[in-house]
Write a protein of this length. Structure first.
Length: 310
């Protein structure tokens, strides 16, 4: 009994830290911008509902992807059950490199995965995400090349963005060219490659649509705050910022994503206040909404449904 309580305490402490961090993060960003009132009005407007709906669609699509790969390992769940168990993993998103999400398969009470297979699905998710985000970066890459001569902070941000895209592209090329050596050395990566080889059009379509939906959500926020650009440009900006945040290996890309996103918006001619407000709303609805839903799904699944143990 004492051992079980000891195992549960670190997770409860993590949930407390995540809640405090999310609250402090949201309040700090809202206070940095001088358009906090406008941000809150947008958040609770029809546009805010549309943005939240697109983000929820993104979560559902990625949940279907996870359910699809779990079925590959003979773990079958109903639609609602599978989505709930997937969402519970978002409670651990604010960890370095999102590594906490690898716990999804380990926490299941009845159909838990071995560590190797849980890591394999996590690896497949990250590789699929990086590939699709790099593809969505294409329009922004053209914009960055055209504006690479910007001076000051905008120039540094565009430079960082270009470097992030280059590193991400090189990483994908290295993984592809040296896949045999990597697969022989890392068992979990070999399993991840097997996941990616199963009906690739399915996971590719789900992943690309999921990230594009969040990019469109960013465009809606930009439009609501009178920052005008093409939807494909907003999608590209969001994808670039996400790649930069992911490569930083910081928890959920915190700091790196915000810096790049705000800088790109300012370089696009948005005011600093508007850029900060857009970044705040985008992160609240694309990241912290998922974390909040994840915490609720985790607690419900563990305390009521009892199909997750921690």
């Amino acid at each position: 009994m004492a051992s079980g309580a000891a195992q549960r305490w670190p997770v409860k402490r993590l949930l407390l830290v995540l809640g405090l961090a999310a609250t402090a993060y949201a309040l700090a960003l809202l206070l940095w911008g001088n358009s906090g009132g406008v941000s809150w009005r947008v958040l609770w407007s029809v546009t805010g509902m549309q943005v939240a709906g697109l983000c929820l669609l993104s979560y559902v699509l990625r949940g279907l992807r996870w359910r699809f790969w779990m079925a590959h390992y003979d773990r079958h769940f109903g639609w609602i059950e599978g989505l709930r168990l997937y969402l519970a993993g978002y409670a651990f998103t604010p960890t370095p490199g999102n590594a906490g999400e690898a716990m999804r398969g380990l926490l299941l009470a009845k159909q838990s995965l071995p560590l190797l297979q849980s890591l394999a699905i996590f690896g497949a998710e990250r590789l699929a995400d990086l590939l699709c985000l790099l593809l969505l970066c294409a329009p922004a890459l053209l914009w960055l090349l055209e504006h690479s001569a910007l001076d000051g902070m905008q120039g540094r941000v565009t430079g960082v963005s270009l470097v992030a895209l280059l590193v991400g592209a090189v990483l994908m090329v290295v993984v592809w060219r040296h896949r045999q050596r990597l697969l022989e050395r890392f068992d979990w990566l070999q399993e991840a490659w097997v996941c990616l080889s199963v009906r690739p059009l399915v996971w590719f379509g789900l992943t690309l649509t999921a990230w594009a939906a969040q990019g469109v959500a960013v465009w809606l926020i930009c439009r609501a705050l009178d920052v005008h650009m093409l939807p494909i440009t907003a999608i590209g900006f969001y994808a670039v910022a996400m790649v930069a945040g992911a490569l930083s290996a910081l928890p959920a890309g915190l700091g790196g994503m915000e810096l790049v996103m705000t800088g790109l918006l300012v370089a696009q001619s948005a005011s600093t206040a508007a850029a900060l407000s857009i970044t705040v709303l985008a992160r609240l609805l694309t990241l912290w909404l998922a974390v909040a839903i994840g915490v609720l799904a985790l607690l419900y699944s563990a305390l009521i449904r009892k199909d997750i143990r921690f």
